[in-house]
Design a binder for this molecule. Structure first.
Ligand SMILES: [Zn+2]
Length: 246
């Protein structure tokens, strides 16, 4: 989902929950289209900053449960915007929950930020071109997930503040998605209780949206395979290393 669309969805969702009495108590509210345009402007104003966060997280390339620099940067950004950030939630040092506002509705956004072992890669290169051979990298693009939801949350907050909209914004950081490791513990710890809606953002090659239990990595599974990857088959290639490029 493009950053501006994501922010608009979040802001529009917040507005959709605004009680009628609250709206009537204010001066005539602008149209939804106008509010979307205002949220786009906030996203654009923050674009360079979110881009730098995107690049910083890419450079950290921290693998699951080791995303310390990543969450420190996000925490600093959210706290500077007025969010209350609780670190180490659900017993995981690199999981966090950040809140702004109070009361209903409670609207959340979530994403992950772990890198992939062995996926170090120079940006913009389609061929296997590691920056540091064998080092972790953001082979799946999780570096963009957090700036996307933080940029959206900041836009929703700006609209909420300007029009004095009721409710609570929640930003979640779920570590170790590649290990399918964090969301079950976050659920068991009750971190999602009281939410009216949760939007999960994940990088993809299209601009698709869906609903339900998608991209949440709540259900863990483990399997083994004896099959060699396609390019490792054939005489003398059985021992070829399995990499994202094989
Ligand atoms: Zn992912």
């Amino acid at each position: 989902m493009p950053r501006s669309t994501f922010a608009a969805v979040l802001a529009a969702t917040s507005l959709a929950w605004t009680p009628a009495a609250q709206v009537q108590a204010q001066a005539a509210p602008p149209s939804l289209d106008r509010l979307k345009q205002e949220s786009f402007a906030v996203v654009d104003a923050n674009a360079d900053r979110m881009g730098r966060i995107n690049d910083a997280i890419f450079s950290y390339s921290e693998i699951g449960f080791q995303e310390y620099k990543t969450v420190a940067l996000v925490k600093k950004t959210l706290e500077a915007a007025g969010f209350k950030v609780e670190m180490g939630v659900a017993g995981m040092p690199t999981a966090y929950k950040a809140t702004y506002g109070s009361g209903s509705p409670v609207l959340g956004v979530m994403s992950e930020y772990d890198g992939v072992p062995g996926a170090s890669q120079r940006p913009g290169s389609l061929a296997h071109d590691p920056i540091v051979p064998g080092a972790p990298g953001h082979g799946e693009g999780h570096n963009s997930n957090q700036p996307t939801i933080v940029g959206g949350a900041l836009a929703a907050k700006a609209i909420k503040d300007k029009y004095k909209l009721p409710g609570t914004l929640v930003v979640y950081g779920g570590p170790a998605e590649e290990l399918l490791a964090s969301r079950g513990y976050m659920t068991n710890a009750g971190l999602f209780k009281g939410l009216d809606a949760l939007i999960e953002a994940h990088i993809g090659e299209g601009l698709g949206t869906s609903y339900g239990l998608n991209n949440l990595a709540i259900i863990s599974a483990q399997w083994t395979s004896r099959a060699a990857p396609p390019t490792a088959r054939g005489p003398g290639r059985a021992a070829a290393r399995w990499t994202p490029w094989s």
